[in-house]
Design a protein around this ligand. Structure first.
Ligand code: RFL
Ligand code: PHB
Length: 389
Protein backbone atom coordinates (compact mmCIF):
# COMPACT_ATOMS: atom_id res chain seq x y z
CA UNK A 1 0.00 0.00 0.00
CA UNK A 2 1.02 3.64 -0.45
CA UNK A 3 0.39 6.64 1.81
CA UNK A 4 1.88 10.08 2.37
CA UNK A 5 2.73 9.65 6.07
CA UNK A 6 3.20 6.27 7.78
CA UNK A 7 2.47 6.73 11.48
CA UNK A 8 4.00 4.06 13.72
CA UNK A 9 1.98 3.75 16.95
CA UNK A 10 -1.72 4.30 17.61
CA UNK A 11 -1.39 5.97 21.01
CA UNK A 12 -2.49 9.56 21.57
CA UNK A 13 0.44 11.10 19.64
CA UNK A 14 -0.05 8.97 16.53
CA UNK A 15 -3.84 9.30 16.55
CA UNK A 16 -3.86 13.06 17.07
CA UNK A 17 -1.30 13.53 14.32
CA UNK A 18 -3.35 11.31 12.00
CA UNK A 19 -6.51 13.30 12.66
CA UNK A 20 -4.84 16.69 12.16
CA UNK A 21 -3.22 15.53 8.92
CA UNK A 22 -6.57 14.23 7.72
CA UNK A 23 -8.10 17.69 8.35
CA UNK A 24 -5.34 19.13 6.09
CA UNK A 25 -6.09 16.59 3.36
CA UNK A 26 -2.93 14.56 4.00
CA UNK A 27 -3.22 10.79 3.82
CA UNK A 28 -1.79 8.70 6.67
CA UNK A 29 -1.87 5.07 7.80
CA UNK A 30 -1.57 4.28 11.53
CA UNK A 31 0.35 1.06 12.25
CA UNK A 32 -0.27 -0.21 15.81
CA UNK A 33 1.27 -3.26 17.48
CA UNK A 34 -1.68 -3.98 19.80
CA UNK A 35 -5.47 -4.03 19.49
CA UNK A 36 -7.69 -1.00 20.00
CA UNK A 37 -9.04 -2.51 23.23
CA UNK A 38 -5.55 -3.02 24.57
CA UNK A 39 -4.58 0.60 23.87
CA UNK A 40 -7.80 1.79 25.55
CA UNK A 41 -7.18 -0.32 28.64
CA UNK A 42 -3.98 1.53 29.60
CA UNK A 43 -4.71 3.94 32.43
CA UNK A 44 -2.32 6.83 32.14
CA UNK A 45 -2.51 10.60 31.93
CA UNK A 46 -5.32 12.69 33.30
CA UNK A 47 -4.51 16.39 33.05
CA UNK A 48 -4.74 18.32 29.77
CA UNK A 49 -3.27 21.74 29.11
CA UNK A 50 -5.16 24.38 27.12
CA UNK A 51 -2.77 23.74 24.19
CA UNK A 52 -3.89 20.11 24.11
CA UNK A 53 -7.56 21.07 24.22
CA UNK A 54 -7.02 23.51 21.32
CA UNK A 55 -5.41 20.78 19.21
CA UNK A 56 -8.34 18.45 19.92
CA UNK A 57 -10.65 21.26 18.77
CA UNK A 58 -8.56 21.79 15.63
CA UNK A 59 -8.79 18.04 14.99
CA UNK A 60 -12.60 18.25 15.36
CA UNK A 61 -12.73 15.79 18.27
CA UNK A 62 -13.30 17.98 21.33
CA UNK A 63 -17.08 17.63 21.86
CA UNK A 64 -16.97 14.93 24.50
CA UNK A 65 -13.96 16.54 26.14
CA UNK A 66 -15.90 19.80 26.55
CA UNK A 67 -18.94 17.92 27.79
CA UNK A 68 -17.22 15.66 30.32
CA UNK A 69 -13.82 17.22 31.09
CA UNK A 70 -13.46 18.71 34.56
CA UNK A 71 -12.08 22.24 34.48
CA UNK A 72 -9.60 22.77 37.33
CA UNK A 73 -8.63 26.30 38.30
CA UNK A 74 -5.96 25.34 40.81
CA UNK A 75 -4.23 22.61 42.76
CA UNK A 76 -3.34 21.97 46.38
CA UNK A 77 0.14 21.24 47.64
CA UNK A 78 0.37 19.63 51.08
CA UNK A 79 3.77 19.32 52.67
CA UNK A 80 4.97 18.45 56.13
CA UNK A 81 1.81 19.41 58.00
CA UNK A 82 0.84 22.54 56.03
CA UNK A 83 -1.03 22.93 52.79
CA UNK A 84 -1.70 25.73 50.30
CA UNK A 85 -3.47 26.22 47.02
CA UNK A 86 -2.01 27.54 43.76
CA UNK A 87 -4.70 29.33 41.74
CA UNK A 88 -3.88 28.78 38.05
CA UNK A 89 -6.65 30.99 36.71
CA UNK A 90 -5.77 33.90 38.98
CA UNK A 91 -2.04 33.62 38.20
CA UNK A 92 -2.16 32.81 34.47
CA UNK A 93 -5.74 33.29 33.27
CA UNK A 94 -5.83 29.61 32.26
CA UNK A 95 -7.13 26.41 33.86
CA UNK A 96 -6.31 22.77 33.07
CA UNK A 97 -8.84 20.09 32.13
CA UNK A 98 -9.01 16.70 33.84
CA UNK A 99 -9.97 14.17 31.15
CA UNK A 100 -8.39 10.73 30.98
CA UNK A 101 -5.96 9.68 28.27
CA UNK A 102 -8.22 6.66 27.72
CA UNK A 103 -11.06 9.02 26.78
CA UNK A 104 -8.82 11.11 24.51
CA UNK A 105 -7.72 7.96 22.72
CA UNK A 106 -11.28 6.66 22.45
CA UNK A 107 -12.46 9.97 20.91
CA UNK A 108 -9.60 9.86 18.39
CA UNK A 109 -10.24 6.20 17.42
CA UNK A 110 -13.97 6.94 17.03
CA UNK A 111 -13.22 9.91 14.77
CA UNK A 112 -10.71 7.84 12.77
CA UNK A 113 -13.25 5.10 12.23
CA UNK A 114 -16.06 7.55 11.38
CA UNK A 115 -13.83 9.11 8.69
CA UNK A 116 -12.94 5.64 7.34
CA UNK A 117 -9.20 6.15 7.91
CA UNK A 118 -6.82 3.18 7.79
CA UNK A 119 -5.47 1.67 11.01
CA UNK A 120 -3.40 -1.52 10.92
CA UNK A 121 -3.75 -3.24 14.30
CA UNK A 122 -1.75 -6.23 15.60
CA UNK A 123 1.20 -5.28 13.39
CA UNK A 124 4.16 -7.53 14.25
CA UNK A 125 7.85 -6.94 13.54
CA UNK A 126 7.32 -3.37 12.37
CA UNK A 127 10.48 -2.05 10.64
CA UNK A 128 11.32 1.27 9.01
CA UNK A 129 13.50 1.17 5.89
CA UNK A 130 15.29 3.90 3.94
CA UNK A 131 14.41 6.74 6.32
CA UNK A 132 17.64 8.45 5.25
CA UNK A 133 16.64 8.23 1.57
CA UNK A 134 13.91 9.97 -0.41
CA UNK A 135 11.76 6.81 -0.49
CA UNK A 136 11.16 5.32 2.95
CA UNK A 137 8.91 2.33 3.53
CA UNK A 138 7.59 0.39 6.50
CA UNK A 139 7.14 -3.38 6.72
CA UNK A 140 5.21 -5.51 9.21
CA UNK A 141 3.38 -8.80 9.38
CA UNK A 142 0.04 -10.00 10.75
CA UNK A 143 -1.03 -13.62 11.10
CA UNK A 144 1.88 -14.69 8.91
CA UNK A 145 1.14 -12.27 6.03
CA UNK A 146 3.76 -9.63 5.16
CA UNK A 147 2.77 -6.01 4.46
CA UNK A 148 4.69 -3.09 2.96
CA UNK A 149 3.71 0.59 3.20
CA UNK A 150 5.51 3.02 0.88
CA UNK A 151 5.41 6.62 2.04
CA UNK A 152 6.95 10.11 1.85
CA UNK A 153 7.56 10.42 5.60
CA UNK A 154 7.48 8.24 8.73
CA UNK A 155 6.19 9.58 12.05
CA UNK A 156 7.60 7.50 14.93
CA UNK A 157 4.86 7.74 17.57
CA UNK A 158 5.48 4.33 19.12
CA UNK A 159 6.31 5.35 22.67
CA UNK A 160 9.25 4.55 24.91
CA UNK A 161 9.43 0.83 23.98
CA UNK A 162 8.94 1.37 20.23
CA UNK A 163 11.31 0.72 17.34
CA UNK A 164 11.41 4.22 15.79
CA UNK A 165 13.99 5.66 18.16
CA UNK A 166 16.17 2.53 17.74
CA UNK A 167 15.99 2.93 13.93
CA UNK A 168 18.17 6.04 14.19
CA UNK A 169 21.82 4.86 14.26
CA UNK A 170 23.57 5.46 17.57
CA UNK A 171 26.09 7.63 15.74
CA UNK A 172 23.26 9.98 14.69
CA UNK A 173 21.50 10.47 18.05
CA UNK A 174 22.32 11.37 21.63
CA UNK A 175 20.20 10.27 24.58
CA UNK A 176 20.11 12.26 27.80
CA UNK A 177 18.69 10.15 30.60
CA UNK A 178 18.05 10.27 34.32
CA UNK A 179 16.43 7.50 36.32
CA UNK A 180 14.95 8.14 39.74
CA UNK A 181 15.38 5.77 42.70
CA UNK A 182 11.62 5.17 43.11
CA UNK A 183 8.37 4.54 41.24
CA UNK A 184 4.68 5.46 41.50
CA UNK A 185 2.16 2.88 42.58
CA UNK A 186 -1.20 3.98 41.17
CA UNK A 187 -4.73 2.75 41.72
CA UNK A 188 -8.06 3.53 40.14
CA UNK A 189 -11.18 3.11 42.28
CA UNK A 190 -14.88 3.69 41.82
CA UNK A 191 -15.09 6.15 44.71
CA UNK A 192 -15.77 9.89 44.78
CA UNK A 193 -12.50 11.91 44.69
CA UNK A 194 -11.38 13.19 48.09
CA UNK A 195 -11.31 16.78 46.82
CA UNK A 196 -12.61 18.75 43.83
CA UNK A 197 -8.99 19.53 42.82
CA UNK A 198 -5.74 17.53 42.74
CA UNK A 199 -3.64 17.28 45.89
CA UNK A 200 0.13 16.82 45.59
CA UNK A 201 1.57 15.76 48.95
CA UNK A 202 5.11 15.50 50.36
CA UNK A 203 5.61 13.68 53.65
CA UNK A 204 8.31 11.94 55.67
CA UNK A 205 7.00 8.65 54.24
CA UNK A 206 7.25 9.86 50.63
CA UNK A 207 5.12 11.46 47.91
CA UNK A 208 1.38 10.99 47.32
CA UNK A 209 -1.08 12.33 44.73
CA UNK A 210 -4.87 12.49 44.82
CA UNK A 211 -6.30 12.76 41.31
CA UNK A 212 -9.50 11.74 39.57
CA UNK A 213 -11.17 10.88 36.29
CA UNK A 214 -14.76 11.88 37.12
CA UNK A 215 -17.16 12.43 40.03
CA UNK A 216 -17.13 8.73 40.88
CA UNK A 217 -13.72 7.60 39.69
CA UNK A 218 -10.59 8.39 41.69
CA UNK A 219 -6.95 8.00 40.75
CA UNK A 220 -4.41 7.90 43.59
CA UNK A 221 -0.63 7.43 43.56
CA UNK A 222 2.03 6.85 46.19
CA UNK A 223 5.80 6.86 45.79
CA UNK A 224 7.10 3.29 46.16
CA UNK A 225 10.37 1.36 45.98
CA UNK A 226 11.52 0.24 42.52
CA UNK A 227 11.64 -3.33 43.83
CA UNK A 228 7.92 -3.29 44.77
CA UNK A 229 5.30 -5.21 42.73
CA UNK A 230 1.61 -4.25 42.52
CA UNK A 231 0.65 -7.65 43.96
CA UNK A 232 2.73 -6.87 47.09
CA UNK A 233 0.24 -4.12 47.86
CA UNK A 234 -3.21 -5.14 49.08
CA UNK A 235 -5.89 -2.47 48.68
CA UNK A 236 -5.97 -2.05 52.46
CA UNK A 237 -2.20 -1.49 52.60
CA UNK A 238 -2.44 1.06 49.79
CA UNK A 239 -5.23 3.10 51.43
CA UNK A 240 -3.46 2.97 54.76
CA UNK A 241 -0.19 4.25 53.31
CA UNK A 242 -1.91 6.92 51.21
CA UNK A 243 -3.75 8.31 54.24
CA UNK A 244 -0.57 8.43 56.29
CA UNK A 245 1.01 10.73 53.69
CA UNK A 246 -1.91 13.18 53.52
CA UNK A 247 -3.04 15.95 55.88
CA UNK A 248 -5.30 14.54 58.60
CA UNK A 249 -8.47 16.32 57.43
CA UNK A 250 -7.99 14.95 53.90
CA UNK A 251 -7.29 11.41 55.16
CA UNK A 252 -10.40 11.58 57.39
CA UNK A 253 -12.76 12.30 54.49
CA UNK A 254 -11.17 9.83 52.05
CA UNK A 255 -13.71 7.34 50.69
CA UNK A 256 -11.99 4.01 50.06
CA UNK A 257 -13.10 1.01 48.01
CA UNK A 258 -11.75 -1.86 45.93
CA UNK A 259 -9.16 -0.93 43.30
CA UNK A 260 -10.13 -1.63 39.68
CA UNK A 261 -6.58 -1.13 38.41
CA UNK A 262 -3.23 -1.17 40.17
CA UNK A 263 0.15 -0.63 38.53
CA UNK A 264 3.67 0.63 39.16
CA UNK A 265 5.55 3.03 36.88
CA UNK A 266 9.25 3.80 37.37
CA UNK A 267 10.18 7.48 37.09
CA UNK A 268 12.49 8.52 34.29
CA UNK A 269 13.63 11.59 32.38
CA UNK A 270 14.84 10.99 28.82
CA UNK A 271 15.45 13.14 25.75
CA UNK A 272 16.66 11.95 22.34
CA UNK A 273 18.37 14.52 20.14
CA UNK A 274 17.73 15.21 17.34
CA UNK A 275 14.08 14.17 16.93
CA UNK A 276 14.52 13.72 13.19
CA UNK A 277 16.62 11.46 11.02
CA UNK A 278 16.11 11.98 7.30
CA UNK A 279 12.41 11.40 6.67
CA UNK A 280 11.73 9.89 10.09
CA UNK A 281 10.35 12.16 12.82
CA UNK A 282 10.08 11.09 16.46
CA UNK A 283 7.00 12.26 18.30
CA UNK A 284 5.82 11.94 21.94
CA UNK A 285 7.20 9.27 24.28
CA UNK A 286 9.23 7.81 21.39
CA UNK A 287 11.48 10.85 21.71
CA UNK A 288 11.22 11.83 25.37
CA UNK A 289 9.98 10.73 28.77
CA UNK A 290 9.23 12.88 31.80
CA UNK A 291 8.43 11.73 35.33
CA UNK A 292 4.64 12.07 35.80
CA UNK A 293 4.91 14.75 38.51
CA UNK A 294 3.31 17.78 36.84
CA UNK A 295 1.44 15.80 34.17
CA UNK A 296 3.58 16.84 31.20
CA UNK A 297 4.05 13.61 29.18
CA UNK A 298 0.89 13.59 27.10
CA UNK A 299 0.91 17.36 26.77
CA UNK A 300 4.44 17.30 25.44
CA UNK A 301 3.38 14.72 22.85
CA UNK A 302 0.75 17.24 21.72
CA UNK A 303 3.37 19.99 21.37
CA UNK A 304 5.41 17.71 19.07
CA UNK A 305 2.28 16.89 17.06
CA UNK A 306 1.56 20.61 16.72
CA UNK A 307 4.97 21.35 15.14
CA UNK A 308 5.04 18.22 12.99
CA UNK A 309 1.57 18.54 11.49
CA UNK A 310 2.17 22.23 10.74
CA UNK A 311 5.49 21.44 9.05
CA UNK A 312 3.95 18.65 6.98
CA UNK A 313 0.88 20.73 6.05
CA UNK A 314 3.13 23.56 4.82
CA UNK A 315 5.26 21.14 2.84
CA UNK A 316 2.30 19.53 1.07
CA UNK A 317 0.58 22.88 0.49
CA UNK A 318 3.51 24.93 -0.81
CA UNK A 319 6.54 22.64 -1.19
CA UNK A 320 8.30 24.67 1.51
CA UNK A 321 10.28 22.27 3.76
CA UNK A 322 11.33 24.80 6.39
CA UNK A 323 8.76 23.62 8.93
CA UNK A 324 9.78 19.98 8.73
CA UNK A 325 13.48 20.85 8.63
CA UNK A 326 13.10 22.87 11.84
CA UNK A 327 10.78 20.36 13.54
CA UNK A 328 13.39 18.90 15.87
CA UNK A 329 14.81 22.27 16.90
CA UNK A 330 11.37 23.75 17.63
CA UNK A 331 10.01 20.72 19.43
CA UNK A 332 13.13 20.34 21.59
CA UNK A 333 12.79 23.90 22.92
CA UNK A 334 9.46 22.89 24.46
CA UNK A 335 10.72 19.45 25.47
CA UNK A 336 13.59 20.75 27.60
CA UNK A 337 11.35 23.26 29.38
CA UNK A 338 8.88 20.51 30.29
CA UNK A 339 11.76 18.21 31.29
CA UNK A 340 13.06 20.91 33.61
CA UNK A 341 9.67 21.47 35.23
CA UNK A 342 8.94 17.75 35.72
CA UNK A 343 12.42 17.15 37.17
CA UNK A 344 12.14 20.16 39.49
CA UNK A 345 8.62 19.29 40.70
CA UNK A 346 9.65 15.66 41.27
CA UNK A 347 12.63 16.84 43.33
CA UNK A 348 10.40 19.16 45.35
CA UNK A 349 8.05 16.48 46.63
CA UNK A 350 9.73 13.05 46.68
CA UNK A 351 11.77 11.45 49.42
CA UNK A 352 15.12 10.29 47.98
CA UNK A 353 16.82 7.34 49.74
CA UNK A 354 20.15 9.18 50.06
CA UNK A 355 18.83 12.54 51.28
CA UNK A 356 21.09 14.24 53.83
CA UNK A 357 19.50 16.44 56.54
CA UNK A 358 20.69 19.47 54.54
CA UNK A 359 18.86 18.26 51.41
CA UNK A 360 15.67 17.87 53.42
CA UNK A 361 15.96 21.42 54.75
CA UNK A 362 16.49 22.71 51.19
CA UNK A 363 13.38 20.86 50.03
CA UNK A 364 11.34 22.36 52.85
CA UNK A 365 12.71 25.85 52.13
CA UNK A 366 11.84 25.47 48.45
CA UNK A 367 8.27 24.44 49.31
CA UNK A 368 7.94 27.36 51.75
CA UNK A 369 9.18 29.75 49.05
CA UNK A 370 6.55 28.45 46.65
CA UNK A 371 3.89 28.82 49.35
CA UNK A 372 4.84 32.41 50.28
CA UNK A 373 6.10 33.98 47.07
CA UNK A 374 3.66 35.05 44.36
CA UNK A 375 6.33 35.29 41.63
CA UNK A 376 7.35 31.69 42.32
CA UNK A 377 3.71 30.59 42.34
CA UNK A 378 3.20 32.29 39.01
CA UNK A 379 6.22 30.55 37.49
CA UNK A 380 4.84 27.26 38.83
CA UNK A 381 1.34 27.93 37.49
CA UNK A 382 2.63 28.97 34.04
CA UNK A 383 4.54 25.72 33.75
CA UNK A 384 1.65 23.62 35.08
CA UNK A 385 -1.00 25.02 32.71
CA UNK A 386 1.55 24.75 29.89
CA UNK A 387 4.05 27.11 28.29
CA UNK A 388 2.75 28.46 24.97
CA UNK A 389 3.74 26.85 21.66
P1 RFL B 1 2.13 5.79 23.96
O1 RFL B 1 0.90 6.18 24.69
O2 RFL B 1 3.10 4.92 24.66
O3 RFL B 1 1.67 5.13 22.60
C1 RFL B 1 2.59 4.46 21.76
C2 RFL B 1 1.84 3.45 20.93
O4 RFL B 1 2.73 2.77 20.06
C3 RFL B 1 2.48 1.38 20.10
N1 RFL B 1 3.73 0.69 19.74
C4 RFL B 1 3.98 0.20 18.52
N2 RFL B 1 3.25 0.17 17.40
C5 RFL B 1 3.78 -0.41 16.31
N3 RFL B 1 5.02 -0.98 16.32
C6 RFL B 1 5.79 -0.99 17.41
N4 RFL B 1 7.00 -1.55 17.39
C7 RFL B 1 5.29 -0.38 18.58
N5 RFL B 1 5.76 -0.20 19.83
C8 RFL B 1 4.82 0.45 20.50
C9 RFL B 1 2.02 1.12 21.51
O5 RFL B 1 1.25 -0.09 21.59
C10 RFL B 1 1.19 2.37 21.79
O6 RFL B 1 -0.17 2.20 21.44
O7 RFL B 1 2.96 7.07 23.47
P2 RFL B 1 2.42 8.52 22.98
O8 RFL B 1 1.33 8.38 21.96
O9 RFL B 1 3.65 9.29 22.66
O10 RFL B 1 1.71 9.16 24.28
C11 RFL B 1 2.47 9.52 25.40
C12 RFL B 1 1.64 9.37 26.66
O11 RFL B 1 1.06 8.08 26.68
C13 RFL B 1 2.47 9.58 27.93
O12 RFL B 1 3.37 10.67 27.75
C14 RFL B 1 1.60 9.90 29.16
O13 RFL B 1 0.76 8.80 29.46
C15 RFL B 1 2.46 10.24 30.35
N6 RFL B 1 1.67 10.46 31.55
C16 RFL B 1 1.00 11.66 31.75
N7 RFL B 1 1.05 12.63 30.82
C17 RFL B 1 0.34 13.79 30.99
O14 RFL B 1 0.43 14.69 30.14
N8 RFL B 1 -0.48 14.00 32.08
C18 RFL B 1 -0.60 13.05 33.05
O15 RFL B 1 -1.38 13.26 33.98
C19 RFL B 1 0.19 11.85 32.93
N9 RFL B 1 0.12 10.90 33.87
C20 RFL B 1 1.58 9.47 32.53
C21 RFL B 1 0.79 9.72 33.70
C22 RFL B 1 2.23 8.24 32.37
C23 RFL B 1 2.13 7.29 33.36
N10 RFL B 1 2.79 6.07 33.13
C24 RFL B 1 2.17 4.82 33.25
C25 RFL B 1 4.10 6.07 32.49
C26 RFL B 1 0.68 8.79 34.68
C27 RFL B 1 1.36 7.58 34.53
C28 RFL B 1 1.27 6.60 35.67
C1 PHB C 1 -3.34 11.42 36.82
O1 PHB C 1 -4.49 11.78 37.10
O2 PHB C 1 -3.09 10.30 36.36
C2 PHB C 1 -2.21 12.35 37.08
C3 PHB C 1 -2.48 13.64 37.46
C4 PHB C 1 -1.42 14.52 37.70
C5 PHB C 1 -0.12 14.09 37.57
C6 PHB C 1 0.15 12.79 37.18
C7 PHB C 1 -0.90 11.90 36.93
O3 PHB C 1 0.90 14.94 37.84
Amino acid sequence: MRTQVAIIGGGPAGLLLGQLLHRCGIDAVVIERKTRDHVLSRIRAGVLETGFVRLMEEAGVADRLHERGLVHHGTRIAAHGRSFRVDFSDLTGMPVVVYGQTEVTRDLYDAREAAGLATEFRAEGVAIHGADTGNPHVTFSRDGTEFRVDCDFVAGCDGFHGISRQTIPLSARTEYEKTYPFGWLGILSRTPPVDHELIYAASDRGFALCSMRNANLSRYYIQCALSDHPEDWSDAAFWDELKRRLPEDVADRMVTGPSIEKSIAPLRSLVTEPMQWGRLFLCGDAAHIVPPTGAKGLNLAASDVHYLHRGLARFYETGDAEGIDRYSEQALLQVWKAERFSWWFSGLLHRYPDMAPFDLKMQQAEIAFLRDNRAQQRAFAENYVGLPY
